[in-house]
Design a protein around this ligand. Structure first.
Ligand code: MN
Length: 237
């Protein structure tokens, strides 16, 4: 974006931005930034001991290098004893959006995917209690799990079921119509703080029913009409 240093002037190679497959297509979607919405389902806010803020959504971010593809096996992460799944609808931005009203926000959406906002819950809650940033709890290696993206022309957000099972037992079960802040409202709101652009993902928040996983667990998440997302948890490194 603003980096004009030639690659032969760098001390070591830059990592490539990760890319996410697009369902049924050869070319993948390169990810530049990851925004995540907090408390966007009232029932989940309640289970976390807080209420939804109806004045404005709030966000945290993850490094794009935290992306891991659906179907991966990841080691139980370091520094936590309470590693949680969060099943989410993910918006993929496909056109520039800067200070757009909600009515115009839909045009900036490339597509949608099922994703997992994996969380070190103990570290997140400890940070929250001390009014510190959530980074250790949220932005860690392999914490953003992405299923293939479906183009917006093939998926309209409505009352689809969003659900997640661990080892075959359903843990989260809600509807996309339970979202407090809609896709259009989120894209519009964020576009007043960032120049949204192709490559930006927005994790839209998780329904109630979050919980821990341990080594050996298999997570399977579904949103009706989208490719499912899966993750296997391996022993810690
Ligand atoms: Mn989340």
């Amino acid at each position: 974006m603003s980096d004009t240093v030639a690659s032969d002037a760098r001390l070591f190679p830059s990592p490539d931005f990760p890319a996410v497959p697009v369902a049924g297509e050869k070319a993948a979607y390169p990810v530049h930034r990851i925004f995540c919405v907090g408390r966007n389902y009232a029932e989940h806010a309640r289970e976390m001991g807080v209420e939804v803020d109806r004045e404005a959504p709030f966000y945290f971010t993850k490094s794009p290098l935290a992306i891991v593809q659906s179907g991966a096996a990841v080691p139980y992460p370091p520094g936590t004893e309470n590693y949680h799944y969060e099943m989410e609808l993910v918006i993929a931005i496909g056109a520039p959006a800067w200070k757009v009203p909600p009515e115009a926000a839909g045009a900036a959406v490339f597509g949608y995917a099922a994703g997992l906002d994996m969380t070190r819950r103990d570290l997140q809650l400890a940070a929250r209690a001390r009014q510190r940033p959530w980074d250790l709890g949220k932005d860690f290696e392999q914490s953003a799990v992405m299923a293939p993206i479906t183009r917006a022309a093939e998926f309209a957000v409505g009352t689809q079921r969003i659900s997640l099972a661990v080892n075959g037992t359903v843990k989260q079960d809600a509807r996309l119509s339970d979202l407090v802040w809609s896709v259009e409202e989120l894209v519009s709101h964020l576009s007043h703080f960032y120049h949204l652009a192709p490559g930006d993902l927005i994790f839209t928040g998780t329904p109630a029913g979050v919980g821990p996983v341990v080594a050996g667990d298999v997570i399977h998440g579904e949103i009706e009409g989208l490719a499912p997302v899966a993750l296997r948890v391996e022993p810690a490194e």
